[in-house]
Structure formats: structure tokens, C-alpha cells
Design a protein around this ligand. Structure first.
Ligand code: ADP
Length: 159
């Protein structure tokens, strides 16, 4: 059985993330979405909120689970016998960082491969940061986040 991990901040999950989740779930048997618990990084949304939004969006996807992780990603992957790490690639700006991470993870465990899925055109410049900036300023985030979680994001950020 091919199990893959899709790690990230998902702060909050966007249409760009969801697109990667949908596409990745079709090429592996099981996809574990892993929101990062990072004590050094300040997230806008709590871990509980980030997980809940992902759960709402993937409730109907039978081979997708949400499991938060902390520590080394390769250890987490080993725990679930996952040999694939999924990452999304947007413009070239993602490349340097993603490449560094992929090589570091491979050095830590050469049995785990990072699989990059290129973004779909409408989400090329979409990021969680962009969603937060627009929502805080009262702009329309309809095309940026899934409808099912849109109001939660607005309520949290419009304040
Ligand atoms: P991180 O802090 O780990 O980068 P993010 O939630 O920002 O967490 O991103 C998680 C993954 O999703 C990364 O691989 C990122 O490149 C990818 N991603 C984010 N936004 C998009 C998007 N619009 N299209 C495709 N991939 C994306």
C-alpha cells in the first residue's frame, strides 16, 4: 500500500492546498495530511482550527486522514510506513526552499521520496499569507478558500 504524507502549515488551508490534496489522493492509496506543530513558528490559526478545516474539507475522501505532527518529518513518515512526501510547487520562488527540504529529508532517510505536484494555474500566486492579508482588509476571499470554511476564516480575521 502506498502511503504519502502531505505536510504543511495550512494556516489556513486554501484552494491551492485542496487542489494538491485532491490530486495526490488519486495517485496514492492513503494520504495523510500533516499540519505542522511548530513551537518556533507563530500560526494565526490554532492547531485545532487548522486540523478542523482540513477535516471538514476531506470528510468525504475515504483515503485521506488528518494527523498533526511535530519533530522530524522523516520520523513521522516512518511511523506510518509512508515512503512519499507530497509538496506543492507554485512559481519558481518555492523551488529553492522546497529543493533544500527535499534533499535534507532524503539525506535523513533515502527511502523516502519527495513528490512535487505543480499547482494548477488559478492558484499560482495563492498562499495562506495572501488569504489572511485580503481577509483582514475586508476583501473578497471567495476564490481563495473553499466555501465550506470561508466564513470561519472571515470571522477569525476580520475582527
Ligand atoms: P509550509 O509552511 O510548510 O510551506 P504551507 O501551508 O504554506 O506550509 O504549504 C504547504 C505545501 O503546500 C507546500 O508544499 C506549498 O508549496 C504548497 N502550497 C501552498 N499553496 C499552494 C498553492 N496555491 N498551490 C500549490 N501548492 C501550494
Amino acid at each position: 500500500m502506498k502511503t504519502a504524507i502531505y505536510p504543511g502549515s495550512f494556516d489556513p488551508v486554501t484552494n491551492g492546498h485542496l487542489d494538491i490534496i485532491l490530486r495526490a489522493s488519486k495517485i496514492v492509496d492513503k494520504l495523510i495530511i500533516a499540519p505542522l506543530i511548530n513551537f518556533n513558528k507563530v500560526h494565526t490559526f490554532t492547531l485545532d482550527e487548522r486540523c478542523r478545516y482540513l477535516q471538514i474539507l476531506t470528510a468525504e475522501m475515504k483515503n485521506v486522514e488528518v494527523k498533526p505532527f511535530k519533530g522530524l518529518l522523516v520520523n513521522f513518515a516512518r511511523m506510518y510506513n509512508a515512503k512519499i512526501i507530497i509538496r506543492g510547487l507554485r512559481a519558481v520562488t518555492d523551488f529553492e526552499y522546497e529543493f533544500q527540504m527535499a534533499l535534507s529529508n532524503r539525506k535523513l532517510d533515502n527511502e523516502i521520496e519527495t513528490l512535487f505536484i505543480s499547482t494548477s494555474l488559478p492558484y499560482l500566486y495563492l498562499s495562506s499569507g495572501m488569504v489572511k492579508e485580503v481577509a483582514r482588509l475586508g476583501g473578497n476571499i471567495t476564490d481563495m478558500v473553499p466555501e465550506k470554511i470561508k466564513q470561519f476564516v472571515i470571522d477569525k480575521l476580520e475582527g
